[in-house]
Write a protein that binds this ligand. Sequence first.
Ligand SMILES: [Cu+2]
Length: 148
Amino acid sequence: MKTLPLAAAALFSLAASASAETVEVRMLSRGEHGSMVFEPEYVELAPGDTLQFRVGSRSHNAASIDAMAPEGATPFKGQIDEEIAVTLDRPGFYGIKCSPHLGMGMVMLVKVGEATVSEGFVDPALPARAKKRFEEIMGRAGLGEAEP
Ligand SMILES: [Cu+2]
C-alpha cells in the first residue's frame, strides 16, 4: 500500500519538472543598462514557470507592482537581500520593482504566456525614472510604442 502513492508522486513531480522552467534574475547595483537594475531586465515565461531572484549586489529586493499585474495575480514582496522564488501562473505582463530603488528606476518586466502590452500599462503613479526604465525595457524588447 505504501509503494503505489509514492510512485504516483514521483511520476507527477517528473512531469512537472519537465514542463516548468526556472529563470534566474540577479539584483544588481550596476549592470549592462546602468545602475540599479535587474538582469535580465525582461523575461518571457510560460504559465507556471518560476522566477528565482539572486543577490548580485546587496541591499536590493524584488516586489510586485500592484497596478502592473494581471487580474487575480498574487502580489509578492521579498525582504532586502532575500532570494525569493516566485511562480507566475496568470498570463499577462508583470512589472517588478526593487522597493528601495524604485525612484532610481530599478524595475523589470515579465511576460507570461500570450499577452500584448495594453495601453497605459505603465503605472502613471510610478516615479519618473521607473516609467522611463519601463519604456526603455519595452523598446529594447520590441514591445509597445516605447520611445527610441
Ligand atoms: Cu535595489
